[in-house]
Design a protein around this ligand. Sequence first.
Ligand SMILES: C[S@@+](CC[C@H](N)C(=O)[O-])C[C@H]1O[C@@H](n2cnc3c(N)ncnc32)[C@H](O)[C@@H]1O
Length: 276
Amino acid sequence: MISQDEFRLIRDYVEAHCGIHLSDDKAYLIETRLTTMMFEQGCKTFGELYDKAVSDKTHVLRDKIIEAITTNETFWFRDLHPFGILNEVLFQQYAAEIQAGKRSKIRIWCCACSTGQEPYSIAMTFLEFIRHRPAVTPGHLEILATDISSTVLFLGKLGRYDTLSMSRGLPEKYRDRYFDKNDRVWSIRDEVKKMVTFQKLNLQESFNHLGSQDIVFCRNILIYFSLEFKQDLLKRIARLLRPGGFLFLGASESIIMYTQEYEMYRHAMGLYYQVR
Ligand SMILES: C[S@@+](CC[C@H](N)C(=O)[O-])C[C@H]1O[C@@H](n2cnc3c(N)ncnc32)[C@H](O)[C@@H]1O
């Protein structure tokens, strides 16, 4: 059983290294997610596990703790609306600019991409969008997918999914068009894969080196952060976006309370935000 002191130590350690804020009633979460690791590490208490992580200069144990605490839940075309808005509004606008010779690239950043379903859903939305627009090519879209977890990035880069993951949100049409099946594993085709670049990035760190973006997907991650970190992150994303660039959040997330830097728009039942 985790003591209150051990809970506070590990909670603060997790927040300091990945921004995830655990409220006082989340001791059970640390206990359930770290107990096996505690024994594997030869520790008898959570306090010992904490001491071991702090003194590990390689940061391997720290990263394992963060991976165990983070939630990697994701699925294809999650919430549907963002992909409808890309298809019906934003890609239309950008394609017109490309055709008019006013734009050469569309740059999209998925800042907490998990195992790749979100960036690959964007790529497939674009491939469908350009099917009857020969002037726009897959090379016009660059998708950068980042996450703090090396494990999810490895799986995203691999682009192989089991039957259960494939059954979560992926329309059959897309499955048949963009995946190859081998035994019980589905592999995403190279034409989709090569549109996405995966890279490790902790959102607490500077991301100015990524260069300016047209659209940022920051979905189902803000809910885990403190109010201060949410505000800081949204400000930094606003600075990274090109003038008039767009932000998408998860269905249960809203930024109205946290920042004045974005204008909210509604399309069909979905919301998106434009930097002011
Ligand atoms: C719930 S998943 C959301 C995945 C996807 N955006 C979606 O909406 O389906 C949250 C992801 O955020 C990542 N994450 C947590 N803290 C992070 C941080 N400080 N920097 C970057 N990624 C982080 C986790 O590793 C996890 O893969």
